[in-house]
Design a protein around this ligand. Structure first.
Ligand SMILES: Cc1cc2nc3c(=O)[nH]c(=O)nc-3n(C[C@H](O)[C@H](O)[C@H](O)COP(=O)(O)OP(=O)(O)OC[C@H]3O[C@@H](n4cnc5c(N)ncnc54)[C@H](O)[C@@H]3O)c2cc1C
Ligand code: SF4
Length: 463
């Protein structure tokens, strides 16, 4: 094991050539010895910058000190005070731009592997049957939470700890939001990680009702007026996919990344005996450069296709996490950068037979500060593909806003809510996560769920 304090303990991973053909988890995480060794690199800073980089303000030096002392249960209870989903966050949070991006060790060497330590503690607690501590008594007030993604689960967990009776209403047949239908098994195992953390939230007293579509099955006003809920939190995410609106996009074999990943993750279409089918293309183009694009590409690869990421800017502007791009490259995904689709071509049966693209070059910076991609005249060419997965971002579904009077949204259909406490324009109704910000991250959704739980508690305590 490493003895250089500037170098982090490396984490073991499944071999790239092997994992390109299976859906098992890529990263193995730390074992006890590795975690304790890495924990000794933490300086236990008085004014810990890492905590300022964490949207849910986990007491990072305190939990790492407990790892160092080998009090793993204590470490887990410290994390649980701030986070309901540590095994998830330890796996998918962009720590490099958050806690680890601020770690003092990062000035001279590698920042402390805070994410891998969090994951170790959460997995250890699961393996030893340790549950988070709940509320000692109930306060008799009822809160409805819409959506069981990270925002809803966090808000529900925090309110249950404060003594509220909380029911989550989820449209799908399984709880978890993007954690179950979006992020693939090889990055975030469902049975062993996501479902176990949802069980922990339930152990705090939270009820979850699945197959309930708010805005169709029942409205927010009915929940409050007829079903006796004192407040409502909306954490319904941003699940509506965007398309390019180019000719031929209606052809068979063109999928949104959302649909493709939902088939594979939620409906388990990657398993041979699954009821839900999935198209296992021979040569698949994934259009886009974010985390979702990487997940769709790596899924298609595992289903046996040659996969190309088609992105209109250069590698420097790829919005996906560096780790995801690195893993994708290791596994054999081909990156066609500075390339933009202009038309999808179809055969006589209406199925994708190719994708006409144009080469791009980078011009002046645009309003996002990134250099604007500009078409190179006369550079059109046809990519020979039999499936195209569009991964161009998502926006909130307008179902809830259009069926709830007094709930204001902005021009992107995102619910308008106060960042400090989640309050919307409708009294007693709070919101947070992707439904408010548009597609963002797990930890930001959790931070918003926490803020709204505080807001709801304040509102109901003064009512
Ligand atoms: C493929 C993919 C990969 C990602 N990878 C990462 C990553 O590595 N790291 C990271 O930090 N973030 C990642 N993200 C983003 C992250 O998952 C989201 O930002 C986060 O899940 C948002 O949480 P949320 O609770 O707001 O919404 P969601 O997770 O979308 O949950 C919303 C829930 O509300 C339910 N719902 C919607 N409408 C209704 C209704 N009318 N009635 C009842 N229920 C309803 C939905 O079914 C869903 O279960 C990824 C996203 C995707 C799609
Ligand atoms: S900034 Fe780094 S070294 Fe300091 S307490 Fe946080 S993790 Fe430890």
């Amino acid at each position: 094991m490493t003895t250089d304090v500037n170098v982090r303990v490396p984490v073991r991973e499944q071999d790239a050539a092997k994992r390109a053909h299976n859906f098992e988890e890529v990263c193995y995480g730390y074992n006890e010895e590795e975690a304790v060794c890495e924990s000794t690199r933490c300086l236990n800073c008085q004014n810990a910058q890492c905590v300022k980089g964490c949207p849910v303000a986990i007491d990072i030096p305190a939990f790492i000190a407990q790892v160092k002392a080998q009090n793993f249960e204590q470490a887990y209870q410290i994390i649980s005070k701030s986070s309901s989903l540590p095994a998830v966050c330890g796996r998918v949070c962009p720590q490099e731009t958050q806690c680890e991006g601020k770690c003092i060790r990062g000035f001279k060497g590698d920042p402390v592997s805070i994410g891998k330590l969090e994951r170790f503690v959460a997995d250890w607690a699961r393996d030893h049957g340790i549950k988070p501590e709940g509320a000692s008594s109930k306060n008799g007030k009822k809160v409805a939470v819409i959506g069981s993604g990270p925002a809803g689960l966090t808000c529900a967990g925090d309110l249950a700890r404060l003594g509220y009776e909380v029911t989550i209403f989820e449209a799908l047949h399984e709880p978890g939001g993007v954690l179950v239908y979006g992020i693939p098994e090889f990055r975030l195992p469902k049975e062993d990680v996501v479902l176990k953390e949802i069980e922990n939230v339930k152990s705090l007293g939270v009820k979850i009702e699945t197959n309930v579509v708010i805005g169709k099955t029942v409205s927010i006003d009915e929940l409050m007026q007829d079903e006796g809920f004192d407040a409502v939190f909306i954490g319904s995410g941003a699940g509506l996919p965007k398309f390019m609106n180019i000719p031929g996009e209606q052809a068979g074999g063109v999928f949104s990344a959302n649909e493709y990943l939902t088939r594979s993750n939620l409906m388990k279409a990657f398993k041979e005996d699954a009821d839900t089918p999935i198209y296992r293309g021979k040569k698949v183009a994934v259009v886009g450069g974010g985390n979702v694009a990487m997940d769709a590409a790596r899924t298609a690869l595992r289903l046996g296709a040659e996969v190309h990421i088609v992105y209109r800017r250069s590698e420097e502007e790829l919005p996906a996490r560096v780790e995801e791009v690195h893993h994708a490259k290791q596994e054999g995904i081909i990156f066609d950068l500075l390339t933009n689709p202009v038309e999808i071509l179809a055969d006589e049966s209406g199925w994708v037979s190719g994708m006409k693209c144009i080469r791009m070059e980078l011009g002046e910076p645009d309003e996002s500060g990134r250099r604007r991609p500009v078409e190179v005249p006369g550079s059109e060419f046809v990519m020979d593909v039999d499936a195209v997965i569009m991964s161009l971002g998502t926006s909130p579904n307008p179902l809830i806003s259009s069926t709830t009077e007094g709930l204001d949204v902005n021009k992107w259909k995102c619910i308008i809510a106060d960042e400090e406490n989640g309050a919307t324009t409708k009294e007693g109704v709070y919101a947070g996560g992707d439904a408010v910000t548009g597609a963002a991250t797990v930890i930001l959704a959790m931070g918003a769920g926490k803020a709204a739980a505080r807001g709801i508690d304040e509102y109901l305590s003064n009512k």
